[in-house]
Design a protein around this ligand. Structure first.
Ligand code: GDP
Length: 359
């Protein structure tokens, strides 16, 4: 080509032939597209500890599409025989209690001992807030870059029951992938604790000192569920206050009857931020696990949990089928109006809807 720069006056300048302008659509795109696996391939990869495939399987568990759900259920069923071998720890505490800082510290402690840890979360508010704040990788700086840690935010769609069921199914997949510790994180403000309690072996409540009235704001029910209460931020000026809070909580726990496990919940102080006395927290958890394994409560509780989740799943499914039935979807707003206008009683409204569903 007759390029001006090819003129002899520019000797020494070599004009490159260059390459053709690439097309705007990447012709290699199909090569980078995600591979689709069969159920057996999913299972094999999960059992081999493939985290990428584990993540994709969890996405199937979380999906509401029927074909994804069917595949997810098939994968879970095949993974079940390889599950159950982890220590499952529920972690709760109000926002700011230091859950993510502590999970980072607890997790690094476990990884240091050669364990593998999955961190899951149940955050029923995430549907409203569009995106979960719990289990967010950026909140656990150290763990999030570790290859032996798997961090997954809360499933976001659906009712608490649905979200919790998905987390429980994810536990099965994580265990099959070789994670021998599983944390399930939740906020200490409501119903979600019961759901977490029903899927873990040890329930840890993170508390803070120095709010004056330590027991205020924690529902009695949550304290009753705790197998251990740990007072975070026991560092610097806060140590005395933390010790005082420890006494408060220990006294309060004395007033509760001994739990079914036979284990008296303990109260400890530690610092998640400075990683102080983390080993004491783990010592407590391990002593608990040994204790309940020895007295049979560990297996009994897991069996109870399996039963509970069977019924939860049935309830969830029945409810979903009912409310997503096209007939019912049309009928309900009309019935609702009639009930509001007192043209029909609530019971007659319910009866008519149910009869239409079962007819
Ligand atoms: P979360 O909302 O329960 O997850 O709480 P975070 O882990 O985000 O902690 C809330 C705040 O408390 C952050 O500013 C942390 O730096 C601080 N914090 C957490 N743990 C400790 C601790 O052990 N000591 C001190 N002094 N501060 C802490």
């Amino acid at each position: 080509m007759n390029h001006p720069e090819n003129n002899p006056q520019y000797t020494g300048l070599n004009v490159n032939k260059g390459v053709m302008q690439p097309p705007s659509v990447n012709p290699y795109l199909h090569l980078t597209r995600r591979k689709t696996y069969s159920v057996q391939e999913y299972v094999d990869e999960i059992l081999a500890g493939n985290i990428t495939v584990l993540s994709q399987a969890v996405t199937l568990v979380e999906s509401s599409r029927t074909e994804h759900q069917e595949m997810a259920q098939a994968i879970i069923e095949k993974c079940l025989p390889y599950s159950g071998e982890s220590v499952r720890v529920g972690i709760t505490g109000v926002p700011g209690a230091g859950k993510s800082t502590s999970i980072d510290a607890f997790g690094m402690h476990l990884l240091g001992e050669g364990h593998r840890l999955a961190v899951l979360a149940i955050d029923p508010s995430s549907e409203r807030t569009k995106g979960s704040i719990l289990g967010d990788k950026t909140r656990m700086e150290k763990l999030s870059v570790e290859k032996n840690a798997f961090i997954r935010p809360s499933p976001s769609a659906g009712s608490l029951g649905g979200v919790a069921r998905k987390t429980r199914e994810t536990i099965v997949l994580c265990e099959a992938a070789g994670f021998d510790y599983v944390f399930v994180e939740t906020v200490g403000v409501g119903q979600s604790e019961t759901a977490v309690h029903s899927m873990v072996d040890f329930f840890l409540l993170i508390q803070l000192a120095g709010t004056g009235d330590e027991l205020q704001g924690i529902k009695r029910g949550i304290m009753e569920m705790a197998d251990g209460i740990v007072i975070n931020k026991a560092d610097g000026d806060n140590i005395d206050k933390a010790n005082m809070a420890k006494r408060h909580f220990a006294n309060a726990l004395h007033l509760f009857p001994l739990p079914e496990s036979g284990w008296s919940p303990e109260v400890l102080t530690y610092s998640g931020h400075y990683a102080l006395r983390i080993d004491e927290v783990w010592d407590m958890i391990h002593r608990y696990i040994n204790f309940v394994k020895a007295n049979g409560y560990f297996d009994r509780k897991r069996n109870e949990q399996s039963k509970y989740w069977m019924y939860e799943t049935i309830n969830e499914r029945l409810k979903n089928d009912f409310y997503h039935n096209p007939n019912i979807e049309k009928m309900l707003p009309i019935l609702e109006k009639e009930v509001l206008l007192a043209k029909k009683s609530s019971f007659i409204g319910a009866k008519e809807a149910l009869e239409a569903y079962y007819s």
